[in-house]
Design a protein around this ligand. Sequence first.
Ligand SMILES: [Fe+2]
Length: 152
Amino acid sequence: MITEQPEGMQALLECYSGLLHVCDQLEAIADGLPDSFGIERSTWVADQLLPLLARAHEEEERVLLPLIGLSGHPQVRNLVNRLRHEHQVDEAAALDITETLLALGAGRPLLPPEATGYQLRSFFESVRRHVQAEQDMLFLLDNFTIDAKAKT
Ligand SMILES: [Fe+2]
């Protein structure tokens, strides 16, 4: 049985775990609006979000996207461009989310509570779907690698 992971895989899995934790914190903030969102939680997520997202995207460029790019199927290789586009969209949205969280933490919300909740939910639900899809891809690609090694 092959148990070793490609180099960098563990770092990527840790990034996914961190992002999902941040999504849980964003959900708690959205649920707690307008008064019980937690100033410390809001400030913590504002500090973590952009660096964590950047690290996840770097690890994906090193580990996940090259694996997908090796596929013999053009439709699968096209996923690389789609994922990169989603990363750009998420990074732009994360800038706005960070600004929103810092303002909440400072007691000067930029938007009404309903609009803030909608903004946060749109972001963390999208990131959760994105991470889930990439984890599924890693599972499929890892199985493919193991199958290919087993045949040699
Ligand atoms: Fe990604």
